[in-house]
Design a protein around this ligand. Structure first.
Ligand code: 9MR
Length: 374
């Protein structure tokens, strides 16, 4: 009898343990980036041309499971979407917006006015009225087409130098800094409900921060709508410091605008030329094929994974501390296979800057970010 009771008791324990374990697995499965941070900020990713065009099921399932915001990595840049004065090319942008709607995502437009990736026909327009009219036609046509569907626009991208002064560009040479106010005014009129953002890299730098503060105040003083500052966040394992990032979050938030981290990635590769930021013009051909510059051609070492995980943990800890000031955190790519950092500043390297590896598998860094919410 006692034996039978024992047996019954152990069977019961085993059944309970089985169900518990199953429950736990289910819980794990439902924990995703977008779910974990849903009360804090949006979790976005940038989509490449290939990803917008293909229906790869691995990508689609990860995309809808983990993210609730998207940005087009290249397909809405001026040279792509408005290649000639009277020609707009909307095929890919339309697909991109449809994809975002299908998955019920926050859809970002990137980017309306940028000196880089500008269509050749725009590069040498030297008459200020013609230039202003071209910007007007560009913004009106694109923003109105996606009115109510694209919810956030990177209106002006990278208009400042590292010291906070205005970057020399054709826009600035011809119109002075008024091109910025012009662009924001037009975007606000074309879709009054869209959130309008000034987007740039290295916005943690105190001098550049001061430049952004001036730029935002200048728009506000003219009564022009600006809703946010986009800190691109192309960072590395070593820098910038959490303190510098924090000081910028606070400075921008004090202006009454929201902060978004619009292009987050963390390079793990050597960068011995004191290169930071994301100026696409910089490139170092002489290092191509040099194994010293490409130390993880197959996979990142365990200690590299741990370092990356710790860096992401520190970064997301800061984001959570200031979640009331932050609208969105967008990674610049879905997985390591896609990242622009495989080809910048040296072509043909194997970088590992994101939370998902080349097989769409979550990395240690993914777990360290999620662990902050457990
Ligand atoms: O990731 C983008 C890469 O595929 C392009 O070749 C490059 C030039 O258009 O732009 C990259 O994205 C940039 C973004 O649009 C603006 N901030 C810097 C990003 C990295 O260069």
């Amino acid at each position: 009898m006692t034996n039978k009771l024992y047996k019954l008791f152990f069977t019961l324990i085993a059944v309970i343990a089985f169900f518990n374990c199953n429950n736990n697995t289910k819980k794990e499965d439902s924990t995703t980036l977008k779910e974990s941070f849903k009360n804090d900020f949006l979790i976005g990713t940038a989509l490449s041309n290939l990803q917008i065009n293909q229906t790869d099921s691995q990508l689609a399932s990860l995309l809808k499971k983990e993210f609730n915001a998207i940005t087009p990595e290249n397909d809405m840049k001026w040279e792509q979407i408005h290649p000639q004065k009277d020609t707009f090319y909307f095929d890919v942008a339309d697909k991109y917006v449809e994809l975002g709607e299908k998955y019920n995502m926050h859809i970002v437009g990137h980017t309306l006015v940028w000196h880089s990736q500008l269509a050749p026909w725009m590069q040498n327009v030297k008459d200020s009225i013609t230039l202003a009219n071209n910007i007007e036609n560009h913004i009106n046509t694109i923003v109105k087409r996606y009115k109510g569907r694209i919810e956030t626009w990177d209106v002006v991208n990278e208009a400042l130098n590292e010291d906070g002064s205005f970057r020399t560009s054709n826009f600035h040479e011809v119109m002075g800094d008024s091109f910025i106010a012009h662009a924001f005014k037009l975007a606000a009129a074309a879709d009054p409900d869209a959130k309008l953002v000034y987007n740039d890299y290295n916005l943690w730098k105190p001098e550049k921060r001061a430049g952004v503060v001036k730029l935002v105040k200048n728009l506000q003083a003219q009564g022009i709508k600006i809703d946010g500052v986009g800190m691109q966040a192309h960072w590395s394992l070593e820098g910038p410091s959490i303190k510098d990032i924090e000081n910028s979050i606070i400075a921008y938030s004090n202006l009454g605008v929201k902060v978004s981290f619009t292009e987050l990635d963390v390079t793990v590769l050597p960068n011995p030329w004191d290169l930071d930021g994301a100026a696409v013009e910089q490139s170092y051909e002489q290092f191509e094929g040099d194994p010293k510059m490409n130390p993880y051609p197959v996979k990142l070492t365990d200690s590299g994974q741990t370092q990356l995980a710790k860096r992401y943990e520190d970064i997301f800890n800061l984001f959570l501390k200031h979640k009331d000031k932050i609208d969105r955190v967008t990674f610049w790519g879905v997985n390591d296979g896609q990242t622009w950092l495989n080809n910048w500043p040296i072509n043909g390297r194997t970088n590992h800057p994101l939370l998902f590896d080349r097989n769409f598998e979550p990395k240690k860094a993914y777990n360290s970010v999620l662990a902050l919410k457990k």
